[in-house]
Design a protein around this ligand. Structure first.
Ligand code: S3P
Length: 165
């Protein structure tokens, strides 16, 4: 069964996922990297050349392919946008929401040049996106870890208890 890490951009899904994979002796699959390899281009290029809707469609396809894996799967922050994806997540594995306050996330995201949604949106627009998405993360996860003010090590320790390693 897969362990999915979901949460807003910058929360540390990829970093935390790598560590949990090592601890659980499970492969780690990063959905954004998987998509980039399949497409042969970076996420920001896919957004620029094809638009967000196209990205969302291939993101759903990627989730369909990956959901059966015995692996830790780190997702992109927008994977919960589509109801179809939320249903797939909840049915396919153990879904953990990594939460963090917007203020702390903004400190990490400000000036990011790789994330198209950070480039495109102002701080206030991003905060709106964050507020809109929060109930979606919560409805598509089995448990939540508040990472606000915590080190990666502290977050990993909490996660270990949740996944039992
Ligand atoms: C997105 C988050 C990104 C990436 C894409 C869209 C989003 O992943 O999938 O830029 O909609 O929140 P990270 O959460 O890993 O930054």
């Amino acid at each position: 069964m897969a362990i999915f890490l979901i949460g807003f951009m910058g929360v540390g899904k990829t970093t935390v996922g790598r560590e949990i994979g090592l601890l659980q002796d499970l492969p780690v699959i990063d959905m954004d990297h998987f998509i980039e390899e399949q497409e042969g281009r970076a996420i920001k290029e896919i957004f620029r050349e094809e638009g967000e809707d196209y990205f969302r469609t291939i993101e759903t396809q990627a989730l369909k392919e990956l959901k059966k894996k015995e692996a830790v799967i780190t997702t992109g922050g927008g994977v919960i946008e589509r109801i179809e994806n939320r249903d797939m997540l909840m049915e396919s594995g153990k879904v953990i929401h990594l939460y963090c306050s917007f203020e702390e996330l903004w400190g990490r995201l400000e000036g990011d040049s790789e994330r198209p949604l950070v480039q495109k949106n102002s701080r206030e627009e991003l905060r709106n996106l964050y507020n809109r998405r929060m109930p979606l993360y919560r409805s598509a996860s089995h448990s939540e870890i508040d990472t606000t003010g915590k080190s990666i090590e502290e977050t990993i320790n909490e996660l270990r208890h949740l996944v039992g390693s």
